[in-house]
Write a protein that binds this ligand. Structure first.
Ligand code: MG
Ligand code: MG
Length: 254
């Protein structure tokens, strides 16, 4: 069941979304060679407490696995759900995907960005640019003239045009009082298919894009998702409300 949000609820989600953007801004500023991913986690942990919210991923449970941190940090061939660590030191040329969510006053915000560590290869930079633009192409479909699969179709066609692949095993989602609500939103699809989009729907759209195969696997830690061919992967995500005037991105930096 898709839960529609009132304008007042969307304003509450904007508060959470603004905090999410502030945390990702601060983490992005701290990204540089020599920094451990744990140091980035400490920034997010402190800012989560200052915001008076509940970090969305800390203690998130899937089966017997409990996620231990505020941030998911996924480096290079890691796609999503990487665990911050004092041993993981960023190197010049790495790319680092940072995913963060928080619940404030009952409502969630969820967003991700992939950052370059120092100078990166042309291919890595192209991957970041294409993934970010694919998210924008998906968001541009979010109005009452379009249907659900138009979002994934716009993302996938842009990615394929640039000879990268879209991860199929992980998808975007509705968001509100729950971190993950209906519907699931694959980053692929057929134009004109799926439910009609309506004002009051709020979705987290999150393309994960790989340089090589779209196939991914989960490591023995139960969380870290990597590309099967160990090629680079990038991830961008926003929380977006559909309004009478089209998409309203709730996780933009001010
Ligand atoms: Mg996320
Ligand atoms: Mg999400």
């Amino acid at each position: 069941m898709i839960v529609l949000k009132s304008p007042a609820e969307i304003e509450k989600m904007r508060v959470a979304g603004h905090t999410v953007a502030s945390v990702l801004d601060a983490v992005g500023e701290a990204v540089r060679p020599g920094v451990s991913t744990w140091e980035l986690e400490e920034i997010a942990d402190r800012m989560s407490q200052e915001a008076g919210g509940r970090p969305a991923f800390k203690n998130y449970r899937v089966g017997k696995h409990v996620f231990p941190c505020c941030l998911c940090i996924s480096v290079n061939d890691e796609v999503v759900h990487g665990i911050p660590s004092k041993e993981r030191i960023l190197q010049e040329g790495d790319i680092i995907s940072v995913d963060y969510g928080i619940q404030i006053d009952g409502y969630f915000g969820d967003s991700a960005r992939t950052f370059a560590v120092g100078e990166v290869s042309n291919e890595a930079q192209k991957l970041l640019d294409v993934t970010q633009e694919s998210l924008a192409r998906g968001i541009a479909m979010m109005d009452s003239n379009h249907r659900l699969q138009d979002i994934g179709s716009a993302i996938e066609s842009y990615v394929l045009e640039h000879n990268f692949t879209v991860v199929r095993d992980f998808v975007g989602h509705g968001i509100g009082r729950e971190l993950h609500e209906d519907p699931q939103i694959p980053n692929f699809g057929k134009p004109g298919r799926g439910i009609r989009l309506r004002p009051g729907m709020v979705f987290a759209i999150e393309p994960m894009v790989n340089v090589g195969t779209h196939e991914v696997k989960i490591l023995d830690d139960g969380w870290t998702v990597v590309t099967c061919d160990r090629s680079l992967s990038a991830h961008f995500e926003h929380t977006i409300a559909i309004t009478e005037n089209g998409p309203d991105i709730l996780t933009l930096s001010s």
